[in-house]
Design a protein. Structure first.
Length: 378
């Protein structure tokens, strides 16, 4: 059963990662301006926010399995629409829809995972879920980068759509989670206003801040890395390979004995160290002028990601009760959506160069990590 859950997490994140190296160039090929490309890239994350938050409430009331079934079905339909767009405006509209439909899947998948493993080793559970995300980060961009250059981006989007249908079928095999009478009553009393109580939880706030920061960094990476690669005369396919590098490094970290740190050390301390690591990577990317430097930068990024993701998910699992787990993960992924939107949109709005975008991300991450360290020590 655990393998099936990790597989569903992999499928849900493939939607995101496979689009990273091709969305900005696809929009550019349709005639979008530099500023408009930023909004197209960020549109997914903007609507993702609303569906993340809405999904949390529905997950807690109906259970994560039903939400995943609906999410995979609707997301498959929307992904097929990418193949027929003919203008930047149409692409923007489809990105909005894609964000809405994809936004319900990941909170539901992680809610199911943490409730299924609630009495087991949480550190390693989060590390293995991170490995599933890392595998999506490897295979998604590599696949889309190669197929897009050989056949076309439309084929990539259609393939991801069929993968969503596979996720729908796999979800049907999951067993419904059992609820205690106390949990059932608590979920029925749950309302939209109960979201406010989650913001009084210091552990959850740290996870939300980490999610916002990591996603902003990734939003800038998704927008700026393909443009940076092309600007220095490299093949645009290299950007997909580079994004996959950090996934490979992260997976090795997740499945090796290094994953023991998540059960040995506090998540509150691991999180800011990971953010600092990514800040180093972003700084190096701004000065990169060769493929080797980019590979080193993405290796460092992978280590940072491997530290950040399980620690954030661990904070959500540790500081939220079973009957509010869906809302907690909904908000968590909502902050990821906000971060991704702000990262790509603000850099596009201010027409930052790739170098300026990377440096801005590094400075922001440095400030956030220092804030978390100071807050944790109090």
């Amino acid at each position: 059963m655990a393998f099936i859950i990790y597989l569903l997490i992999y499928i849900s994140f493939t939607d995101l990662f496979a689009q990273l190296p091709i969305t900005s160039t696809y929009a550019q090929g349709l005639g979008a301006t530099t500023g408009f490309i930023g909004f197209i890239v960020g549109a997914y994350s903007l609507t993702n926010l609303f569906s993340n938050v809405f999904a949390g409430q529905v997950i807690d009331r109906t259970g994560p399995k039903k939400v995943m079934l609906l999410g995979f079905l609707l997301n498959a339909v929307v992904l097929f629409l990418y193949a027929i767009v003919t203008s930047p405006t149409q692409l923007l509209f489809v990105r909005f829809l894609n964000g809405l439909t994809a936004g319900v899947i990941t909170p539901a998948a992680f809610t199911y995972l943490t409730l299924y493993h609630k009495d087991k080793n949480k550190g390693k559970t989060m590390a293995f879920s991170g490995a599933a995300v890392g595998l999506a980060a490897i295979s998604g961009p590599a696949f889309s980068g190669i197929i897009s250059s050989k056949i076309g981006p439309e084929v990539v989007y259609m393939t991801i759509g069929f993968l969503m249908l596979a996720g729908l079928i796999i979800t049907l095999t999951l067993k419904p989670l059992q609820r205690s009478q106390q949990e059932y009553e608590a979920r029925n009393r749950s309302s939209i206003l109960s979201y406010l109580g989650l913001f009084n939880n210091k552990g959850l706030l740290l996870a939300f801040l980490g999610a916002l920061s990591l996603a902003a960094s990734q939003g800038i990476l998704a927008y700026m890395l393909p443009l940076k690669v092309v600007s220095i005369g490299m093949d645009d396919r290299i950007s997909g390979m580079l994004i996959s590098v950090f996934g490979i490094v992260a997976i090795l970290f997740f499945v090796s004995p290094t994953n023991r740190i998540f059960d040995k050390y506090r998540n509150e301390m691991i999180l800011p160290i990971g953010l600092l690591t990514i800040a180093v990577s972003q700084t190096l990317s701004s000065f990169a002028s060769s493929q080797m430097v980019f590979i080193i930068s993405m290796t460092i990024y992978g280590i940072g990601f491997a530290l950040i993701f399980p620690s954030m998910a661990g904070l959500i699992s540790e500081y939220s009760s079973d009957y509010e787990r869906g809302k907690a993960f909904g908000l968590f992924y909502g902050f990821i959506s906000v971060g991704s939107f702000l990262g790509s949109s603000l850099t596009g709005m201010f027409s930052l160069t790739p170098d300026q975008g990377f440096i801005s991300a590094a400075v922001f991450l440095l400030i956030v990590s220092a804030t978390i360290l100071l807050t944790t020590k109090k």
